[in-house]
Each structure stands twice: as C-alpha cells, then as structure tokens.
Design a protein around this ligand. Structure first.
Ligand SMILES: [Zn+2]
Length: 146
C-alpha cells in the first residue's frame, strides 16, 4: 500500500471552526458555556437585577457577525442591549464589513483566520492570514511604522 494514502482520511478541515455555521441558539449556548452567565452590564455598569426580571443580563454581539470568538461578545443589561442593537451596529466607526474593530484587520470565516491588509500609496497590500487577531493587528501596526 502506498505510504501517502494514510493521511488522506484526515482531510476534514479545521473542525473547530465548523461551528461558525451553527444557529443563533446554539451560538448563545456556546457563549454562555465559554464566558459564563453574564452578571453585570459593561455599558451602564449595573449589577442589580430589577425584581422579578429573569435573564436581565445578556450576551450582546459586538460586530453583528455573530462570531464564535470571545472578543465578539459583551455583557449588557436588557436595557443597554436593546439600545445597543438599535444603534450600535449603525454607529460603528470602522467599516460595516470590518469584524475586528481594527482598520485593515478582518475575520475570514471561510478559513477561520484573521486577514491583515494595508493601503500603501493607494495600493492594497495583503499582509497575510493570522491565527489570532493580535498577530494580525501587530502585522498591520508594523507597516504603519515603516
Ligand atoms: Zn446596562
């Protein structure tokens, strides 16, 4: 039997990122499992739950892309969550398609990596794909210093 054959079975790409396609409900389950149950609001900083209110603190998605990464979620109370969803996604300073909050750094769902890009003299330069956002931002910052 040819030696190369064995590795052939391992062809399923990156199973940990296949979760990007899961539904909203199981995504929220993932957030609660990974980050815990929210018990305060990062916006108004309250920790008090109005009496009788259940599920007052919630996980809000930051980018609007519902990424399966912890950086894309924040704790909000019900009030702030409603306000955030109404205004937040529209008032974003970076481009609508920007998923990182950093100019030139975007999440690529297809390969589960962060892409870093820069514009130099009007030309778009690809700086490559990175496993973590920090690496992508660093690559981008290095360009700015040159
Ligand atoms: Zn709040």
């Amino acid at each position: 039997m040819p030696k190369g054959r064995k590795g052939f079975q391992k062809g399923i790409d990156n199973p940990e990122w296949m979760g990007n396609e899961v539904g909203y409900r199981s995504l929220h389950a993932w957030v609660s499992r990974t980050l815990g149950k929210p018990n305060r609001c990062q916006e108004c900083r309250t920790t008090e739950v109005p009496s009788g209110m259940r599920g007052y603190f919630q996980w809000a998605n930051i980018s609007g892309h519902y990424l399966r990464i912890v950086e894309d979620w924040k704790r909000l109370c019900k009030k702030c969550h409603v306000r955030f969803d109404r205004k937040g996604h529209l008032n974003r300073k970076v481009g609508r398609n920007n998923t990182s909050g950093h100019t030139g750094v975007d999440w690529h769902r297809s390969n589960g990596k962060w892409q870093s890009r820069a514009y130099i003299n009007g030309k778009r330069i690809r700086l490559g794909y990175f496993r973590t956002k920090e690496e992508a931002v660093r690559a981008r910052n290095n360009i700015n210093r040159q």
